[in-house]
Design a protein around this ligand. Sequence first.
Ligand code: NAP
Length: 318
Amino acid sequence: MKKILITRKLLRTCEDKAKETFEANFNLNDELYSQKKLIELSAGQDGILSSLTDKLDSDTIKKLPDTIKIISNFAVGFGNIDLEAAKNRGIAVTNTPDVLTDATAEIGVLLILGACRRAAEGIDSAKEGGWKWSADYLIGKQLTGARLGILGMGRIGQKIAKVAKSLGMVIHYHNRSKLSADKEDGATYHDNLKDLLSVSDVLSVCCPASKETVDMINKDTIEYLPKGAVVTNVARGDIIEDEALIDALNRRKVYAVGLDVYKNEPNLNPGYLKHKSAFILPHLGSATKETRTAMANLAIDNIDEFFKTGNCKNKVNR
Ligand code: NAP
């Protein structure tokens, strides 16, 4: 049986499956391993089932023992792993696509609704009590007829588009490549980010974190948004330059934000906390029982497939 280091706790049924599939080395206290500890614990292991909280940068990967052949990430995103460094060491990296699309899109839609309809302020007022209904009390932005700009119209972006369309939003998107007509489903393609931003009453960031996308939403690009736009991010915090977005909130260039992900999680930029209109969640995208189970099972299957066949359909460092 292959020996696998599982860096974070999984749901019990998934840990049972892992035990049946390989000799699993569990993290019983669910502690966050330092890079040093992760390298130490990898001694004698054949693979690592990692999570997005593990920073497998180039330096860490260089120091992993030669026995490690696969890093199976418990996420669809893999911005926490240096793919090139893994490739150079002959280590396969895999992810868990598809199974988390629906759950994450649900949170993506919640961010849009929460930010546009001032849910954060509404919840605070309802809990405080003493609020008084009036015709202009907590007036928000209606989604019907508003233009939704999707940056990264992949699996999650397309699902958000489908729900948003049913709410009457008009869909625009930017990818590096245009989608086929059936995947576009009536959405308008923009071949560059600035054109997309200029028509985005509401922006939904859904692209992966990569060298290309880090700080894509920054001081300069934010200026292309219409005044009073709403910015939401269900993808990764690295894509947004926080200081620039907070400054845009301060000067009301941006009306509200809806965020599930942050740079330096869980230590989000305190500037967001000063804004009542910030609808913020603690990285809940895939957090449903069904989805977390499916993700862990797929991460286990990816390892199994890799050792049985020498390859894996979800390998991301080709
Ligand atoms: P996907 O199907 O691969 O879609 C990614 C989309 O982004 C593609 O349409 C891609 O199109 C576009 N894209 C990639 N690089 C781009 C660039 N430089 N400029 C513009 N567009 C670019 O991925 P997915 O399954 O939808 O997941 C998207 C991301 O969501 C993941 O990478 C992950 O970070 C995040 N996520 C977050 C949570 C959460 O808990 N909040 C949960 C799951 C996933 P082109 O290749 O044509 O450019």
